[in-house]
Design a protein around this ligand. Structure first.
Ligand code: 5GP
Ligand code: MN
Length: 329
């Protein structure tokens, strides 16, 4: 094992994977476009190298991401399978991989490639770059470094990964390099209009119903600087919502001019509360607030799971956010 505090080189990562017969590629539960796009792209590359590759996610490939090229590659975890190596992508803490973890035992080859500042560097080889806006961008740099061919399928997955994690190239994490990478991906065959329409303009009606609910019940605190919305189990069931339906709803709260921090609370089946939080001011580190409650993420986008009931979780979290926002006044 190399020093976990130091990033392994791309050559070291590729070398370690050469020594493995069967390789599992996985990403965090409740996957987003970056998790699934990175997973599929990396799995496609390994497959092109003639490797025995399997791609899993705790939630499989959600319907919403059915447009990703070669999306059938990502399946649900199967009990009892064992692998020589595990590649974790876009996953800040090991347990967010879910039951996938059972497929690998120490001292296996465990590669951890991520861009979360809160990444716990749990791999035997770690490559964590918080300056990168998406794990998909790191995967691109890796593939380029290895001289890999960026096929149209790999390009589509990486473009979707980067587009979704940068809020369609709008967030502060978007750099000149991000546009260079995007240009390379377009040259490699991405149809920007078609892919963006599939990502952003093809939402199920039930998601619109959720948005109506959010708009109607949003609350504003701390002089309008903090906005929040809570989703109860009963509404999840009434509207037939799936976990990915709520993704992005918080952006509508964040978009209000007075809002610095937006928080979305969701009552989970197990009675816990899922917290999804956003900041639009770098002075308000929302990851720090989430870490107070055992969560993590990025300075401007983070989350946590809190013990229920939801009203108690809301009160504690909102107090911590208002304290953090108050420090900037
Ligand atoms: P979202 O709010 O979109 O679910 O997540 C925003 C960011 O926070 C993502 O980068 C995600 O990985 C991270 N995140 C969300 N929930 C949790 C959590 O419970 N624990 C940790 N460590 N990170 C989380
Ligand atoms: Mn990501």
């Amino acid at each position: 094992m190399t020093d976990p505090a130091t990033n392994a080189s791309f050559a070291e990562i590729a070398g370690a994977l050469e020594g493995a017969q069967s390789i599992l590629v996985a990403s965090h539960l409740r996957p987003d476009g970056d998790a699934l796009g990175s997973t599929t792209a990396f799995a496609l590359w390994l497959r092109s190298q003639g490797r025995d590759v399997t791609a899993w996610n705790e939630n499989g490939m959600p319907e919403k991401f059915g447009f990703l090229p070669e999306n059938g590659l990502v399946g649900l975890p199967e009990a009892g399978r064992k692998f020589d190596a595990l590649v974790a992508l876009d996953t800040s803490v090991k347990n967010r991989l879910g039951t996938v973890l059972k497929a690998i035992e120490a001292p296996a080859i465990f590669i951890n490639i991520d861009h979360h500042v809160s990444n716990e560097r749990y791999g035997t080889l770690n490559y964590v770059d918080p300056a990168s806006p998406a794990t998909g961008q790191i995967v691109f740099e890796f593939l380029r470094d290895r001289g890999a061919e960026i096929t149209p399928e790999i390009a589509g997955n990486l473009f979707a990964a980067i587009s979704t994690d940068t809020g369609s190239f709008q967030y502060t994490n978007t750099t000149a390099r991000t546009f260079e990478v995007a240009a390379e991906l377009v040259k490699a065959g991405v149809n920007v209009g078609e892919l963006s329409c599939a990502i952003y303009d093809t939402q199920p009606r039930r998601r619109f119903e959720l948005l109506k609910l959010a708009v109607n019940s949003a609350r504003f605190l701390c002089g309008g600087q903090v906005a929040c919305f809570s989703l109860k189990r009963a509404d999840v069931e009434r509207l037939g919502l799936t976990p990915e339906d709520s993704e992005g709803v918080i952006d509508h709260l964040r978009a209000v001019d007075s809002v610095v921090a937006a928080v979305f609370f969701e009552e989970m089946e197990d009675g816990k509360t899922r917290v999804s939080a956003r900041s639009k001011d770098l002075r308000v580190d929302i990851c720090k607030v989430c870490q107070l409650f055992g969560g993590g993420g990025h300075p401007l986008a983070a989350g946590a799971r809190m013990a229920g009931p939801i009203e108690v979780a809301e009160e504690k979290f909102l107090k911590a956010v208002c304290d953090e926002v108050g420090k900037c006044d």
